[in-house]
Design a protein around this ligand. Structure first.
Ligand code: GLC
Length: 505
């Protein structure tokens, strides 16, 4: 049976401000993304997801949208976007846009209208109350409410005060937001990454958090039945278009069971991010538990898993794990061979660590600048950017860790990602097959992926010492994280921090 494209796809996340600047303002732009398409095609990913490119005052660097249907001038124009979509498609790459549905910018005309008077017909598009409840905002530790003296009421914002929450209980809001989807679907995008989508449904009573939770953000636990109904409405919009348009939702909850419910019965999200692995330590036992839980929970829910190690909100996994590039390489083996859709964050294919941000250069109120450092394309002071002074400092070792330099070195981590992506694309077992855990020695994680007669065995040694991991039957090393012995027989022993993909001999 043919499977939808998003199950076997690998998605590459672009943070537009940090990808590539072509006009010299120190901020990446759509033209820079367009010029980066050959790199993505060479690498072998299937789709790119762009963090927000919409008109925005940039209080949250684009996650505060002032117009869902226009491009911010810092990034380019709608015409640039049309060109980017067309050229990506010509290169066989799908395009996903970020869709920020829980809130808008306080500069959005909807909010300007809503705040103008209590009687304005759009007052109810946002959440206004005389008395705030005890919720706190996710960025900064302040209250989730801001008092607006003009109309003598408070408005709700689960993030910054510049990001008022939309009132999704209002059918006009639902319609208007559906229209923003249609606007981009009509322009040919293949789908969306839906920002904190689990937050859109709210109990109109807005009950106080219980005492033991006061002072903690709701984002990791807000799990409201109403959201599921709203997701069915959103899904219907996507389904009314040809070509399997897809939505992957950021469901920032802490348990696989809760996340899996957001797939519904195939009538809500196509995919939901599962951040449990993103927070998991570099430890074979921890990962064994995570993989087994994902298999159990998502398998039972008939929901296709996702795998994310890094994104624009968390320290890069190479920085989190420590242990140098070897761990980043072994992690790439995991990310690209587990059962589910992997999401790569731009720069992880270069083995980037977070940038050091000197105190005077911090710009994000949420403290996430380090992982948003600009992507180095070349050696030299400007690293392929039109300006040598981008909005954030370069990541460490950019003179060596850049696309051009690593591309010229077949033993680089960049080539490892490419080999893994090629192996995955060529193997029905790796892209769509089942997963069965192997009984491996402590410190080693092992599993078999199988589809019909196709089989691949994956072994990852989490320890910094060699590990014996014998297998029944003869195997050939297809990909090794350190490149050692590829094409030769597997000898039953893993090098320190080595990950391998094996095929039957
Ligand atoms: C999501 C985004 C994050 C943003 C927040 C508010 O978590 O990934 O960058 O700050 O939503 O939109």
């Amino acid at each position: 049976m043919p499977q939808p494209w998003w199950k076997s796809a690998v998605v590459y996340q672009v943070y537009p401000r940090s990808f590539r600047d072509t006009d010299g303002d120190g901020v990446g732009d759509l033209e820079g993304i367009r010029r980066g398409l050959p790199h993505l095609q060479w690498l072998g990913v299937d789709a790119l997801w762009l963090s927000p490119i919409y008109k925005s005052p940039m209080a949250d660097f684009g996650y505060d949208v002032a117009d869902h249907c226009d491009v911010d001038p810092a990034f380019g124009t709608l015409a640039d976007m049309d060109r980017l979509i067309a050229e990506a498609h010509d290169r066989g790459l799908r395009v996903l846009l970020d869709w920020v549905a829980n809130h808008t910018s306080d500069q959005h005309p909807w909010f300007q209208a809503s705040r103008s008077s209590r009687d304005h017909p759009m007052r109810d598009w946002y959440v206004w109350r005389d008395r705030p409840n005890n919720w706190v905002a996710a960025i900064g530790d302040g209250p989730a409410w801001t008092f607006d003296p003009a109309t003598d009421q408070h408005y709700l914002h689960l993030f910054l005060p510049q990001q008022p929450d939309l009132n999704w209980a209002n059918p006009q809001v639902q319609q208007a937001m559906h229209d923003t989807l249609r606007f981009w679907l009509d322009r040919g995008v293949d789908g969306f990454r839906a920002d904190v989508i689990h937050l859109i449904g709210k109990d109109p009573a807005l009950p106080d958090d219980p005492p033991h939770l006061v002072g903690t953000s709701r984002v990791g636990r807000h799990d409201e039945p109403r959201t599921h109904e709203l997701l069915r409405g959103i899904r219907a919009v996507l389904d009314s278009y040809p070509g399997e348009r897809m939505m992957v939702g950021e469901v920032n909850l802490d348990a696989h069971e809760r996340i899996a419910r957001y797939y519904g019965r195939g009538d809500q999200l196509h995919l939901a991010f599962d951040f449990v692995p993103l927070y998991a330590a570099w430890d074979a036992a921890v990962w064994r538990g995570v993989v087994a839980d994902v298999e159990r929970v998502f398998g039972a829910a008939d929901a296709w898993p996702t795998w994310v190690l890094s994104n624009h909100d968390q320290p890069r996994h190479r920085s989190r794990y420590g242990g140098g590039e070897a761990r980043a390489r072994a992690a790439a083996v995991l990310l690209l061979t587990l059962r589910g859709t992997p999401f790569l964050y731009a720069g992880e294919e270069l083995g980037l660590t977070d940038a050091e941000i000197p105190p005077g250069r911090a710009v994000d109120p949420g403290g996430r600048d380090g992982c948003r450092a600009p992507l180095p394309w070349e050696p030299g002071p400007a690293h392929g950017w039109a300006s040598p002074d981008p909005w954030l400092p370069w990541p460490p070792c950019a003179e060596e860790r850049n696309v051009a330099t690593l591309r010229a070195r077949p033993d680089s981590i960049l080539h490892l990602y490419r080999r893994l992506l090629a192996a995955r694309r060529a193997s029905p077992a790796l892209s769509l097959g089942s997963l069965e855990m192997l009984d491996t020695p402590a410190g080693v994680l092992g599993y078999v992926r199988a589809a019909g007669d196709h089989r691949r065995t994956v072994l990852v040694n989490f320890h910094d010492e060699p590990a014996d991991a014998p297998l029944a039957g003869d195997h050939v090393v297809e990909v090794a994280s350190d490149g050692a012995g590829e094409g030769g027989p597997y000898g039953g022993r893993l090098a320190p921090t080595q990950g391998v993909v094996l095929r039957p001999a």
